[in-house]
Design a protein around this ligand. Structure first.
Ligand code: ATP
Ligand code: MG
Length: 363
């Protein structure tokens, strides 16, 4: 692996500014231990502060400024009290997603020791899934319209758009991920008994893709039954792949089944690396707790680990650094210290320091 990478660091808003420094603390330590050089480009735009000063979320030349970075390490964006979400979100994150063709949204969900699980009777290890959401097409289009508006005859239509290219590439990614995991299983979330054109077609694309991965077992499940099983039998899932809308729903449900929002990481990937991929915690800017140094930094730290794994192409130093960071996270979740969301009193900084120390201890 080429072990030198340039990372754009964008803390964004609210607790993004508190958790990203802890992520960098752990990334720096991982870099030292595993021989990975990370060069940071610190960026203050893509934040509501920047918007309030300039009237824009990002400078006009944002794309040029990010031209040579390998990845974007992102905190959170949004401050609804001063800037409406449609401006902050559409003006930053969603622009990255679209312009950088980040067609995979990846969210691992794991249940760890020391984290209260909202599902009764579950132990650490029972939940260990990887949710793969299609991020660019499907149900999220602006194609449609209204007829007879404002009358009793009003009709609203909205199209879903699935392309063979877009569907095959997300399916391929999911099967490739499963091939690297212990259980080697893919569940395809569709709804072919209700959405009678596009979803049977999705099932067919999945069956065809599966033929290229004989070592990976797979099944297809209707999204409604799948949601029930996430809650009742979460141990049944390994890799789960879904369209944009279904993926949006289950990528909130999955992490919710494992406890706190503060733990959940995510990646928006352009797997071919034609453009930078983006790594960010699932949580938002959390105005209710910002400024107190009490946010849980694990979602950000885990996202940083995903970034190293991706940059290292899932092998070598990047994979080892990722795995070691996860061991450190597991140790701190089990033994403490803990932030408030986990029932403790530790600060964001103390959590970050403890995880960095637990990482160091493995050297
Ligand atoms: P968004 O619109 O970006 O999803 P939101 O305000 O809906 O933002 P969050 O900002 O994620 O959602 O916050 C939801 C709740 O979870 C808040 O009460 C927040 O305090 C809590 N929360 C979010 N992230 C963390 C964290 N890292 N540590 C502790 N609590 C958190
Ligand atoms: Mg929200």
């Amino acid at each position: 692996m080429d072990s030198s990478f340039k990372i754009a660091v964008i803390p964004g808003d609210g607790i993004g500014k508190e958790v990203i420094p802890e992520g960098l603390r752990v990334l720096d330590r991982a870099g030292e231990l595993f021989g990975i050089t990370l060069e940071y480009q610190h960026i203050e735009w893509a934040s509501c502060d920047y918007y309030l000063q300039t009237g824009k979320m990002m400078p006009d030349d944002w794309k040029a400024q990010l031209a040579d970075v390998d990845a974007i390490y992102f905190g959170a964006v949004g401050w609804p009290e001063t800037v409406p979400d449609h401006i902050s979100l559409w003006g930053s994150l969603l622009k990255f997603r679209r312009e950088f063709d980040q067609y995979i949204n990846l969210r691992p969900a794991r249940l760890f020791d020391g984290v209260p699980c909202p599902l009764a009777g579950r132990a650490a290890g029972d939940i260990d899934m990887l949710i793969v959401r299609e991020n660019t097409e499907g149900e999220y289009t602006a194609v449609g319209g209204t007829m007879f508006e404002g009358t009793e005859r009003e009709v609203v239509m909205q199209q879903s758009v699935f392309t063979r290219h877009g569907t095959d590439r997300v399916l391929r990614f999911a099967f490739e991920q499963a091939r690297q995991r212990a259980r080697k299983h893919v569940t395809v979330a569709t709804k072919s008994n209700g959405v009678a054109v596009s979803m049977p077609w999705w099932d067919g694309r999945a069956a065809e893709m599966a033929q290229q991965f004989p070592e990976v077992a797979w099944d297809k499940q209707h999204i409604d039954a799948l949601c029930a099983r996430f809650v009742l039998q979460p141990q049944r899932f390994d890799v789960v792949v879904a369209s944009n809308l279904f993926g949006d729903i289950i990528s909130d449900l999955g992490p919710a089944c494992t406890g706190t929002l503060g733990l959940a990481p995510s990646a928006n990937l352009n797997p071919e690396r034609r453009f930078p991929s983006l790594f960010e915690p699932v949580h938002g800017s959390a105005p209710d707790i910002y400024g107190k140094n009490i946010a849980n930094p694990i979602g950000a730290i885990w996202s940083g680990a995903l970034m190293l794994d991706f940059l290292g192409e899932g092998e070598g130093a990047g994979r080892r650094a990722h795995d070691a960071i996860l061991v450190a996270i597991q140790k701190v979740l089990k033994d403490g210290p803990r932030t408030g969301d986990l029932g403790g009193k530790a600060s964001t900084t103390e959590m970050g320091q403890a995880i960095a120390a637990a990482l160091e201890a493995q050297a």
